[in-house]
Write a protein that binds this ligand. Structure first.
Ligand SMILES: Nc1ncnc2c1ncn2[C@@H]1O[C@H](COP(=O)(O)OP(=O)(O)OP(=O)(O)O)[C@@H](O)[C@H]1O
Ligand SMILES: [Mg+2]
Length: 365
């Protein structure tokens, strides 16, 4: 069917001198789009050179590996698209092994397209720097969301905490099971699931960002003989022990995020980085009921299963975990949605006054 469609389309266009270009190989209806009538036809494999450039609008924040900017991507005839651009600081990009690892990971995650993952558009380079162009998120980080509750001494509603974690779990499920074109597993692991890397937009959509970045960064930090400087308090025990990690490590990190959303605390934070590493390696289960007696045992069981020190005792896949989360939310009827999260977040940040929050705002307006 697909082939027949493209044959007919191609013959028709070639007969009439049409100009066509492949825009997608997955949705056959949009497989070809007619750009304009021309003498010459363009065939698969041709390279179309276009011109566009990025105009920096404002710096959003400085992060661990560089800065994030709000940028306008400018195309032909006044076409403008708002995107985010992350630059990688030069100190990192001077190291060839880092660059190789960074580029390797970026290629691996280039085709992750899912509603719960911040999409990457481009890995680019200027004469001296690398940058990543990605989907712009108009919203807040989960860290800001947590901070606002902390400042106002509020508890996050159970259903919304579960909803946020379930959406990120869906994003992980997609990434963990992603295969290449020949159906070979890509074995993608995020390695840095933490509130800073979870964004909530104004529509209430939750998105995990920075896929593929942690591996290269951790490499640099070990290379510099510093103790793992990343977000140690969200690491899995095997990660904190410098062991090889797999998808189950991300589920442990997500378990820490879930426990923090429920109680307002991350029990793995120690007096200093070494103390935190010790706590993560021991992985003593947090006492959720003590902080919040209202949390049902079924939810505590989910957190405890995600936080098992031994990966074999944990959820083995994101699918297993997300099914438990969704059962808790939806088995009794109507449950939380992006609309309820959007409404709640808008009330939490009235007039988008993020300035009142201690941490750097996503949006200054
Ligand atoms: N796609 C995006 N759209 C809008 N804002 C973003 C986007 N990505 C990141 N940000 C903002 O930029 C900030 C910095 O992000 P960045 O990933 O560089 O650092 P980080 O997450 O704080 O630390 P790390 O370097 O460990 O990931 C985030 O906290 C968020 O406020
Ligand atoms: Mg980040």
């Amino acid at each position: 069917m697909e082939q027949a469609f493209s044959m007919v389309m191609r013959e028709h266009l070639e007969e009439s001198g049409g100009f066509w270009v492949a825009v997608s190989d997955s949705v056959y209806e949009s497989q070809y789009c007619i750009l304009e009538r021309k003498e010459m036809a363009c065939t698969v494999g041709d390279v179309i050179e276009g011109s566009y450039y990025y105009r920096i609008i404002r710096k959003i924040a400085d992060g661990g590996m560089g800065s994030v900017y709000e940028v306008e991507q400018q195309g032909a005839e006044g076409f403008v698209k708002r995107i985010a651009l992350k630059t990688i600081i030069r100190r990192y990009t001077k190291d060839k092994a880092f660059v190789d690892m960074f580029i390797g990971e970026a290629k691996l995650v280039a085709n992750l397209v899912h509603p719960n993952i911040v999409q990457i558009y481009q890995l680019g380079r200027t004469t001296e720097n690398f940058f990543i162009a990605m989907e712009y998120i108009d919203g807040i980080t989960l860290e800001q969301f947590l901070q606002r509750h902390y400042d106002e001494r509020r508890k996050i509603p159970l259903n919304l905490a579960t909803f946020i974690v379930s959406r990120i779990c869906r994003g992980l499920e997609y990434a963990h099971t992603k295969t290449d074109r020949l159906s070979r597993p890509l074995s993608i692991v995020h390695r840095d699931v933490s509130p800073k890397n979870i964004l909530i937009n104004t529509e209430g959509e939750c998105k995990l960002t920075d896929f593929g970045i942690a591996k290269a960064r951790n490499y640099m930090e070990q290379d510099e003989e510093r103790v793992l400087m990343g977000k140690v308090e969200y690491m899995s025990p095997e990660q904190a022990n410098y062991r090889i990690t797999d998808a189950r490590s991300d589920l442990f990190s997500l378990g820490i995020v879930y426990a923090e959303l429920l109680t307002g605390n991350n029990e793995f934070i120690g007096a200093d980085t070494r103390g935190t590493l010790e706590l993560v390696r021991k992985a003593v289960l947090p006492d959720i009921k003590q902080e919040r007696p209202d949390i049902p045992q079924e939810i505590v069981n989910i957190v405890n299963k995600a936080l098992q020190r031994d990966p074999l005792q944990r959820y083995q896949t994101a699918t297993d975990m997300v099914l438990d989360l969704e059962y808790q939310m939806y088995s009794k009827g109507y449950g939380p949605t992006i609309a309820s999260l959007a409404k709640y977040t808008a009330e939490l940040f009235p007039k988008r006054n993020f300035a009142a929050s201690k941490r750097a705002p996503l949006h200054s307006g």
